[in-house]
Design a protein around this ligand. Structure first.
Ligand SMILES: C[S@@+](CC[C@H](N)C(=O)[O-])C[C@H]1O[C@@H](n2cnc3c(N)ncnc32)[C@H](O)[C@@H]1O
Length: 401
């Protein structure tokens, strides 16, 4: 058996090695409290030199620092000495996971990827964007969706879709939470699944790349689309995949979902999806909002705060401000209800120029009084009530009173 020292040395070597895709430190060992609930490390290229970017998340915001060489090693050693509950390092060829026993002993699990699943490394100018699916090998679901040709190349007009799929999978992977999902099968629900490329991609990634048994239900009002998806799932032999024709608000699940996707669902359909996820207590939520109308109407009717008159005078700026406030309220409500919520950039798609993603992980942490005060102040200042508050009023009353 490998000694604990050797296990930690292996992990250190993987994180400092050239093959690193991402490492995530998170959670707290029993009775301990590391200064950050989550720290992620990924390689980035800055002025032609490879650095490691350390993103320290304090529960509300993320601060990123870039280090290289010995300094990166020293910063890593600082993290390794802290009492995190789990550490995961994804490299091009394998995933290493360290979990700590109740007595604080490190246990290392290594999962080598098959040759065909190795992750190609690609450092963007200022940020690593590893492509989690290979670009030049046939992947049956991508062929079925018309993203790849029969000989396994991404079609020229599908490059953007392929990039979006990869980026989405990376947003899931980098939460570091997949290893924490212990229920089997993991239940995923995609509310407003539409043409379902990301739906199929999620099912594939969990079951076939990560080897995590998962079921997935896609929900949408468009029956004809879902009929086609059912046929595709059947052709692929994916019997854990279901599609249900329903409005998000009416969808009746037979069990709560562990992961909820709500990607580009229109206006308040996003709020309905977020409210469902909160009521299920879903561990992970990925929501890319689309159009925002509900708050816009309230902003137009409310008294404009004096300093914002020059902004709200212009239709397009008023609209963008309304979008921003809607999503800020959404993320804030999730925080108040026990989620760690981040607002990130996500690639825009053909049906919307919006490029934002709310990613939330359920931690169950109680709402800090400062967050409650911020929420009240934001509502009072703008004279609005977000739709998500209306949907979750019973939950929020307890937090806000
Ligand atoms: C813009 S498409 C996005 C599809 C897919 N999630 C994506 O990101 O590519 C939005 C989808 O949400 C569905 N949708 C909108 N409101 C809905 C609601 N209230 N209940 C169920 N589906 C809804 C629409 O039918 C449409 O297929």
């Amino acid at each position: 058996m490998m000694s604990e020292q050797n296990e930690m040395a292996l992990l250190r070597e993987a994180i400092l090695g050239d093959g690193l895709v991402e490492a995530v430190f998170q959670g707290a060992q029993r009775g301990a409290a590391p200064p950050w609930p989550r720290v992620a490390i990924r390689p980035v290229r800055i002025r032609q030199a490879r650095h490691l970017q350390f993103a320290y998340f304090d529960g509300v915001q993320e601060v990123a620092k870039n280090y290289r060489g010995e300094e990166a090693g020293a910063k890593l050693d600082e993290l390794l000495a802290l009492p995190f509950k789990s550490i995961q390092a994804i490299t091009a060829g394998e995933t290493l996971r360290v979990q700590f026993s109740k007595k604080g002993r490190a246990i290392l699990h290594r999962e080598r990827r098959h040759q065909e699943q190795t992750i190609p490394l690609e450092l963007a100018h200022d940020r690593a964007k590893p492509s989690l699916l290979p670009e030049d090998e046939p992947i049956p679901f991508l062929q079925a969706l018309g993203v790849m040709t029969a000989d396994g190349r991404v079609r020229a007009d599908q490059q953007r879709k392929f990039r979006q799929i990869n980026e989405f999978l990376r947003l899931i992977e980098e939460t570091g939470e997949l290893a924490e999902l212990t229920e089997r099968p993991v239940r995923v629900v995609d509310l407003g699944c539409g043409s379902a490329a990301l739906t199929f991609a999620t099912y594939y990634y969990l079951n076939e790349v990560r080897g995590i048994p998962a079921t997935l239900t896609g929900v949408d009002t468009k029956a004809h689309l879902l009929e086609r998806h059912r046929a595709t799932a059947e052709r692929l032999g994916w019997d854990g995949m279901r599609f249900q024709t329903a409005r998000i608000i009416d969808y009746e699940a037979d069990a709560p979902a562990d992961i909820v996707l709500a990607l580009h669902a229109c206006d308040t359909a996003t709020d309905e999806a977020l409210a469902r996820a909160v009521r299920w207590g879903s561990r992970l939520i990925f929501s890319a909002p689309c159009c925002h109308h509900h708050l816009q109407a309230q902003l137009a009717a409310a008294e404009t705060p004096e300093p914002f008159r020059p902004v709200l005078r212009h239709g397009i700026l008023r609209e963008r401000l309304g979008d921003t406030l809607t999503d800020a309220f959404r993320a804030h409500i999730l925080r108040l209800l026990g989620y760690r919520a981040e607002v990130l950039e996500f690639v825009a798609v053909e049906h919307t120029p919006k490029n934002l993603m709310i990613r939330a992980v359920h931690t169950g942490a109680p709402a800090l009084p400062s967050l409650v005060a911020e929420y009240r102040a934001m509502k009072a200042y703008w004279g609005v009530t977000p739709f998500l508050e209306e949907l979750l009023r019973d939950r929020l009353v307890a937090v806000l009173s």
